[in-house]
Ligand binder design. Structure first.
Ligand code: GLN
Length: 378
């Protein structure tokens, strides 16, 4: 009777990582790099801790870091955010998403999400009394029929949550998707929460189309990004939310009571490290090599490799190998073949795509080689 989220258990990422550890399997389930971040970045943290920067940061974030974030956004997308009043440093992408939803969603407000969807959106909306309306993107191409999306909109629609590039499908939004979105939200007061934590991991020369590139969308959007994905530091739990002042003012009312502020020496270190753009501009290439290595290694297996345009996740269809559902198949793969993955249907309310699993390729060469070897024996 006291549970506010009675349908929710432990996240699939924690579950699969635990199963991987128990079975000493190669963990390609939870999305995190298994290699070290750059020593230069580590040294900056050490430096600032020893210099005595160990007390609270300002509530919205350290100004030096917010300036670097604003500079990165402007260089990448020609969009201008005022560092002090429009950027808030958060304890990772998930906290930014939670706070954005907490800030704007009231009882009976409707929120549109696109499935496969990252696991935190729906429970957070429900926690604040909101109602989720979903559009299911279907394998293998995960396209969006914007007419159907338009049909989900009514006077109660408060927010649309986007995740671009999409975890777990690896698909990115195209110009026509954005234009359709613009026409749908025109003359409404719908807000957009745009989870772009994989913005710097897009392949084959394709362009990441950030929401902030489009003034009609930027003015109503909260843009969420993550240093965990950018600099291989998911455990540092640092990210940010960029939004027009009118939205940021409200966001910070909640942020100040949610976390108040974020790790001081880490913010200082990130600010220093971000001054060199090469530290993030090489990321597309870096992960594309890993993607290609994994895909090439699995090309001769009976797995079907779905397209991967961005993120560090590869979706695999396994219907030629097993008719088990994806949860059972992922368990079997972990226990018997020692490779842990994430069952795709966990990203859907109605358990769609039950013959697809997700592999994380943000891993060392040896890890990928070992995983390919194991998977090739099936
Ligand atoms: N973003 C990571 C993933 O998709 C997981 C983060 C988490 O474990 N909550 O795998």
């Amino acid at each position: 009777p006291f549970s506010k989220l009675s349908d929710v258990g432990t996240t699939i990422f924690s579950q699969m990582t635990q199963l991987a550890n128990e079975n000493e399997a190669i963990n390609l389930s939870q999305g995190f790099p298994d290699f070290m971040p750059d020593t230069e970045l580590l040294n900056y943290v050490d430096h600032f801790i020893k210099k005595g920067f160990n007390q609270y940061a300002p509530m919205g974030g350290m100004i030096g870091l917010k300036e670097e974030i604003a500079r990165k956004i402007e260089n990448s997308h020609s969009a201008v955010y005022h560092p002090d009043s429009e950027i808030t440093v958060t304890a990772g992408g998930t906290q930014a998403i939670f706070t954005a939803i907490a800030t704007f969603i009231k009882k009976d407000d409707e929120v549109i999400i696109f499935e496969p969807a990252y696991d935190c959106y729906e429970p957070t909306v429900e926690l604040f009394g909101g109602v989720v309306k979903r559009f299911e993107m279907k394998a293998p191409d995960f396209g969006i029929d914007w007419n159907t999306v338009k049909g989900l909109i009514n006077e109660k629609t408060k927010m649309i949550i986007l995740n671009n590039p999409n975890n777990p499908s690896g698909r990115i939004l195209k110009e026509n998707d954005i234009q359709e979105l613009i026409s749908i939200v025109k003359n409404t007061s719908i807000l957009i929460l745009s989870d772009e934590v994989y913005e710097n991991i897009v392949f084959d020369g394709k362009q990441h189309l950030s929401i902030c590139k489009y003034p009609e969308l930027k003015e109503r959007s909260l843009l969420v990004a993550s240093f965990g994905k950018l600099f291989h530091i998911t455990g540092w739990k640092t990210g940010y939310c960029a939004a027009p002042k009118i939205l940021t003012d409200e966001f910070r009312k909640i942020h100040q009571f949610n976390v108040f502020s974020v790790n001081t020496p880490i913010q200082l270190a990130l600010a220093e490290y971000m001054k060199n753009e090469d530290h993030y501009n090489h990321l597309n290439r870096f992960f594309q090599e890993k993607r290609d290595f994994l895909r090439k290694g699995l090309a001769d297996t009976s797995f079907e490799l779905l397209d991967c345009e961005g993120t560090y996740f590869q979706a695999l269809k396994y219907d030629k190998i097993s008719d088990k559902n994806d949860f059972d198949f992922a368990s079997e793969l972990t226990i018997t073949h020692k490779v842990a993955s994430v069952p795709f249907s966990s990203f859907y309310k109605n358990k769609r795509n039950e013959n697809v699993i997700r592999l994380c390729f943000a891993k060392k060469q040896e890890t990928l080689e070992q995983a390919i070897e194991n998977l090739s024996k099936i």
